[in-house]
Design a protein around this ligand. Structure first.
Ligand code: AQP
Length: 332
């Protein structure tokens, strides 16, 4: 079975709809057909300041949400990044293979550091794409299911893998991004020109899956559309309506074309009311299931411990081979 790997940050507490539709939903599907490794990336989380108790709680919360979303520990390997020390170890090797200019071209860093102010951004934030390279290469992943915002980082991963292989001999699998066109980028409900994001969206534009379902329904109903009245999928000219159609289409497993037909002659309000109901039906059981996993931390921790053990077996082998190729003297 081909292998997939992906990760999600534990920083925000609740996952948002963009995380779910852009990434986690694909993770759930891919565990059926792939040898799947999924992790909560706490090392990435500390690229911005974290409160220790909150970080610990949010790491469990992220794992609980992944299970609630449908990950099955019998079908995939679910673990916490810091439980596998090889990530930081291979990360260093990859740092030493990356050009400073090359790292400087990562647009996410430019965006995020601009928001924080250059003086407050950490070196960790600067090098986080390189740690991500190590995350992927450690598992010899063939595909990486992510949202569009991560495409550049997968490109960097391919470049570094090829560079290492060229210099030291075939070591790493060259991974491809697995990005579904329809859900590659879910947009902010209040500003459909920008992606829905935990740090940039206003509370009204961001759908957190663990919010009160009523609040979620209200956000959907007050989503920004346009002054036209036709319900048509046209991302360039009708970004707001198109975003709502995408979300509706995926959550109800109905094609956008069929949705357009069924909303012919109807007002935006009708689409919003229906989508609000669909969202409530989706988030209500998700919240309940997440809480059930949180209420049983022993089971949750044991899932993560087993996951880490499986992950370490693979990661240790890749790291040992990498060290050997580089010329590190083996410890006797
Ligand atoms: N709006 C989105 N549409 C589609 N996919 C998205 N992802 C994030 N936002 C969208 C995907 O979710 C996965 C996990 O993301 P992360 O843990 O790296 O979180 P993030 O990228 O930090 O999430 P945000 O909200 O985008 O955070 P900020 O505001 O800090 O930039 C990834 O696969 C990501 O592509």
């Amino acid at each position: 079975r081909p292998r997939v790997l992906s990760g999600i940050q534990p920083t925000a507490g609740s996952f948002h709809l963009g995380n779910y539709l852009g990434a986690v939903r694909q993770w759930v599907a891919l565990q059926e057909s792939h040898d799947a490794f999924y992790m909560v990336v706490d090392l990435h989380a500390i690229t911005v300041p974290q409160d220790p108790a909150e970080l610990r709680a949010n790491t469990r919360l992220a794992a609980a949400q992944l299970l609630a979303a449908g990950l099955d520990p019998e079908r995939c390997t679910l673990f916490v990044q810091s439980h596998v020390p090889e990530h930081a170890q291979l990360g260093w090797v990859m740092n030493c293979l990356t050009g400073f200019g090359e790292a400087s071209r990562m647009t996410q860093f430019k965006d995020k550091s601009a928001k924080q102010g250059a003086d407050r951004a950490t070196v960790g934030l600067f090098t986080y794409p390189i740690l991500q390279v190590a995350d992927i290469l450690l598992y010899q992943a063939h595909q990486v299911p992510v949202g569009e915002d991560q495409r550049q980082h997968i490109e960097l991963t391919r470049d570094l893998a090829e560079r290492f292989n060229g210099r030291f001999g075939e070591t790493f699998t060259i991974p491809s991004p697995y990005i579904l066109k329809e859900t590659a980028k879910i947009y902010d409900l209040q500003d459909p020109a920008v992606k829905m994001s935990k740090s940039a969206s206003t509370p009204k534009g961001l759908i957190n899956l663990l919010d009160e379902p009523k609040a979620t329904a209200k956000k959907v109903k007050s989503a920004v559309t346009d002054t036209d009245t036709v319900i048509r999928f046209d991302p360039e000219n009708k970004a707001g309506v198109s975003n709502l159609l995408t979300i509706m289409s995926v959550l109800t497993d109905t094609s956008v074309a069929d949705l357009e037909k069924s909303y012919e002659g109807k007002m935006y309000g009708a689409l919003k009311t229906d989508l609000a109901e669909v969202m409530v039906d989706f988030v209500t059981p998700f919240r309940t299931r997440t809480q059930e996993y949180l209420d049983d931390p022993e089971t949750l921790d044991s899932v993560l411990a087993k996951g880490a053990e499986k992950a370490r077996a693979v990661a240790a082998e890749t790291l040992a081979q990498t060290y050997e190729r580089i010329g590190f003297l083996p410890a006797k």
